[in-house]
Design a protein around this ligand. Sequence first.
Ligand code: NAI
Length: 250
Amino acid sequence: MGRFDDRVAVITGAARGIGFATAQRFAAEGAAVAILDLDEAQAADAAARIEGTAIGIGCNVSDAASVEAAVDRVVAELGGIHILVNNAGITRDNLLFKMTEEDWDLVMGVHLKGAFLMTKAAQKHFVAQKYGKIVNLSSVSALGNRGQANYSAAKMGVQGFTRTLGIELGPFGVNANAVAPGFIATDMTDATAARVGMDVEDFRAAAAERNPVRRVGFPDDIAAAAAFLASDEASYITGQTLYVDGGATL
Ligand code: NAI
């Protein structure tokens, strides 16, 4: 018996990184998973690497029509939707005085509008069946981070969004929580290393040295937390943000 037997889980931005690890974890615990990502071929490739039932769907979470079509396909092909993980994300880092309006809009569009559109499309099903689990990806950057005015605002916005979902959807059997990762070794943090001109291994080692548990995080660390929050064991937890950061924010 897996915690997610007979459940359908949708994970956005799951062609790689934290999203992919989360899809693997949910599938290993019995869920049928839908991997949504910008490029349909990459989403399908990722789905083919999952052990268990998995489909890949091309979807831009910033685009309402694309989101509606993707959620309709999940329901048609997998028979329903019970869990939504809003994981898709991008960074467009720059100091405020160099940050462009486009950098701002793109980051808000994926993290905030994306989570809004996906949640709106999924909640119709959740409310009708009186069951749903939502896990949103925030970040330790929500607390403020140099060069990330756009990203930190979006990630703190995700926390406010999550709290409001907890209030509005709780009466309908829906739990909404957020995970706020610290430094996780993925393409996203590798790209940050490249941007600041550091070797990836040196960049990770420096992050590990600053961290109370003396290591960086890995996608599986976040997948485990997301799985707990999406499980029925967490049914009395809603509107919360769980920092999964090795104590970086202590
Ligand atoms: P990643 O860059 O490895 O993967 C992100 C995925 O999202 C990619 O596959 C990308 O194609 C997809 N994506 C981007 N825009 C999209 C859109 N408009 N529609 C659909 N898919 C889209 O990133 P990573 O590291 O796996 O991050 C996942 C989430 O965790 C993000 O929300 C990120 O902000 C958050 N996070 C990551 C941390 C880290 O240290 N890696 C720390 C804190 C939060």
